[in-house]
Structure formats: structure tokens, C-alpha cells
Write a new protein. Sequence first.
Length: 456
Amino acid sequence: MKIRTKLTLIFTTLTAFLILALSLSIYYSSLGFTRRAFYEQLQQRTEIMVQVYLRKNELTPALYRQVREKFLRSLPEEDERIYDLRRQSFIAGQRAWTYPEEVYREILEHGYLEFEVGRKQASGLLFRDEQAQYLIIVEAFDESGYHRMRELRNTLAAGFLLSIVFVYVLGRFLSYHALKPIKSIVRQVNEIGASNLNLRVPAGNGKDEISELSATFNSMLDRLETSFELQRTFIANASHELRNPLTAILGEVEVTLHKSRPEGQYVQSLRKISAEAERLQALTTSLLSLSRSGQPRKDLRTEEIRMDEFLWELKVLVDQKVPGNGVAIELGDLPEDSDLLVLRADKMLLQTAFSNILENACKFSGNARVQLQLRADGRGIGVTVEDHGIGIPKAEVDKVMEPFYRCSNARSFKGFGIGLSLTHKIIKVNRGVMHIASEQHKGTRVQVFFPREVTP
């Protein structure tokens, strides 16, 4: 069901209940008033019967005639009875009782009673004088009241139905205009595809929920456009980096197979092919690691890592990859509570991340001294790597974590520009933060911090 239809039905239903409640209130209030007025009229008839039949000798001739004239104006289907309880005989009206016993008991007990007989209303009165007691009952049909209530009921029913139709049409009209901006947004969003992500949804006046929705869509489109652009750049760079060693391998093979050569030249060609193949393997390994670093944290193989021990293991790995490096571990003042040194993370990914940082520090400092510092306290665990190498140009510090980006002063060094991007993703997925501070020709400091909530 569409929102417009749902809103219209909800609006119509709520309004219908309100109108129905108001109509019922009007009808039953009028019904009660009409019945009360007719009972008062019946009560007057009983009092007139007392004057006419039981106090006749007390009236003057003129007053008696007036009472008789007034009394003789009968009500619709009027019936009256006067029963002498002492003599047990009727002195007026029908000569038989047709009412339930409860009616007589109520009249005798309370002296007056109003009740219903079929569609008629009745009024009963107990009259006492010095000589006897009389039971007087007058019943009649409120024909005019019945017709008035029927007309009121029909009018309210017709008004209710017409109101429902009017409210439904009004609800459709209002919901259409209320949802019109959303339909416009949907139409405009449907026109946006991968080829025109630069388009945006009009933001409106910025003061209502529709404007907030437009702003949210535009923010999402900004992120999508950035992601698509990064993806295109990544694919282009990855293709270029993969093509270079493949081109070198194919070219070397083609040259080697062009004619027969001495054994030494074949060995030399195979060595070149092997070097390019190793470069290609290193690149694909980095790309796979970069892909794995983007997976959700829940899919990581996390474990508890004692960070001081981890750094010593890391030093051994770096010594194997970069012999003669100048990495020096500085543990400083570690806390007495060993639990403050424990971090829950994916150990293999963490080794990859810090290996990249240390290998870069060694490479760009010419294997000069590199400080690897560890600190831990109640706030969290921090690791700092500081070298005194070529540094990073100030304008390029914010770009070094983009995939395949290589600084202008690092083009002469071997590499693919993936390491820091991979490292940043690994640190982030393990809920850490990484900050790079550098000054060209003086060195670079990389600070990694894991807040306490990351630790077990």
C-alpha cells in the first residue's frame, strides 16, 4: 500500500470516529431530552387526572371546565387508569391491569414511577387522601418525538456518510500535496546513475523534513561519488602497476625467444623475469591484504596481544626483511598492571600494518636510527615510530594514505604506494587511530593509538 493511500485511510478513519462519536452524542442527548420532556408531560397528565377525578368537589365550575378541556386533549395512543386500592376497583380508564408486578411495587414503595410499555412511555402515581389510596397510571406514545428523532437520526447518518466522502477526498488532496516533494525527490534520484553522480537533489528551503531528506540524499551521493572516484582511480592505478611487471616479463620473454642465445643470457633473462614476477607477487599480496583490511571487525580473527612482546616479535620480522636496519625499541616506563598492555586485535593484520610503517621508516631514512616507542596507561595503548629520513612534503601529508599515492620525493624508491593506505585501514578496522606528522628533510613521526575500550 502506498504511503499516500495509507495516510488518506488513517486520516479518514480517525475523522470518521470523531464524527461518529459526535453524532452519537448529539443523538442520544436529544433522545434523552425528548424522553424527559414527554415524561414531564405524562406527569402533568397524572396530576390533571387527580384534579379531575379525585378532587372534583374542590374545584370551582369554571376551573373544572378548564381542567376538563385541557385534559380532553388526548395524547397519541393515550391510556389512563385510576384504581381505588381500598375498594379494589377501577374508577377511570380500562378495567384491567396489564403491567408487571414490579411496576405496582415500585409505585407503592416510592409513590411515583416512570417506565416504558412497548413503544409507549408511562407515568405512575400513588395518591392518598383521608378516605382512600388511589393508583393512577397514564401511558401514551410520543409520536412527535419519535418523528423528530427519526429525522435527526437520518440527518446525522446522511451527514456522516457525506462527511466521510468529503474527508476522504480532502485526505487524498492533502496527502498528494504533502508527498509531492518526495515524489519529485524519487524521480530525480532515479535519474542519477553511475555516469552522472555529480547531480544533486534540490535542497528546498532547509526548514522541514523534506529538506532534511534531500540533504541526506545529497550527502549519500557525495559519499558515493567519492567512493566511485576512488574506485576508478584505484582500478586505474592497480591496472597500471600490474601491467608494468607483466609488460616487462612478456618483453623479456619475446626478446629472449627471438633468437638463440648463450646460456648466460638465458640465465640473465630468467633472473629479470623472476624479479618482475616477485614484484608482481608482492603487488598482488598487497592488494589482497588491502581487500582483507576492509572487512567488518566481526569477521576479524581477534585475539589478546601483549603489546611489548608483540613489538619484539615485530623487530625480528623486520630484521629478516631489512637486514642492518636501525630500529630501536624504547619501552620506557610501562605500567605495573600488565593488563594495560593487552590489546584485542587481529594479530596478523597488525603485524602487516606495523611492518609497513617500520619498513618505510628504514627505507626512507637509509637504515638510519628508527625509534619504536610503546606507552600504555588507563586511556589506552600508543605506539610511535619516528625516523630521520627524507620526510614528506607538507602539501602531501594528507594524501599519503590514499591507495597508490606516492610522494613527489619518493618516486626514486621501490614501492607501489599501497603500504600506508593498507596500514591506515588495518588500524581503523581494529578501532585505532593513526596520525602522521612530517617535515621534509627532517623525518616523519607516525603515531598509532588504541583507546581503552579496544582492550579486553
